[in-house]
Design a protein around this ligand. Sequence first.
Ligand code: SF4
Length: 206
Amino acid sequence: MERGTREQNIKRIIYLEDRINQCQRCPRLIKCMRKPSFGKGDLEPDVMMIFESENNITTDMDQVIAMRDMIKERFDTDRVYHSFLVRCQPKACTARESSSCIIEGKYLDKDYVCLLTNQVCDGIPIKASTTEIMNCLPFMLEEINILRPYYVILFGEIVSSYILKSCGVYDIHDGQRSYKYNGITLITTVDEMSFNAEAAASIGPA
Ligand code: SF4
């Protein structure tokens, strides 16, 4: 598929986000979140960064901007976009686990106050299950195919493994490597917790 124009990409991304918004494939996840995580950045990107899901790093705009700036410098482009493999952040929550009541719909109101505790949600971000990752993976593959960036940076082992295998790459090596897929260069790197200037310096255009 050719790279779309910005206008085509905007329409396709809006259509994708509408479907993500309505998605109910993971009942455990949708109860305890207000809205799914969407991609952000340039809609004709040269480089796309993929994180596993929202966490303390990716919700901190200063840290996200710092990572994006390192990538911009390394790839000599301003056209950077970032997104998430799993759109609904899984959380561990003692209130939910110990509650016997079942409430229809979401547990969080618009201010992130939980209907079970009447307090702002203090759930702890945890990893998604294999099933949840598989449920959400098609959205990520569609997003890559809509935007068709020249480079896709895969942060961490989970993201690398699922995206590469979906692209037919099974011979996956440790560390930072590049793989070709349908005109796109997929680059594996450490997860966002460990990503720093040194890691950024060791990836880049071939
Ligand atoms: S994590 Fe993905 S697949 Fe699961 S409910 Fe959210 S949007 Fe749907």
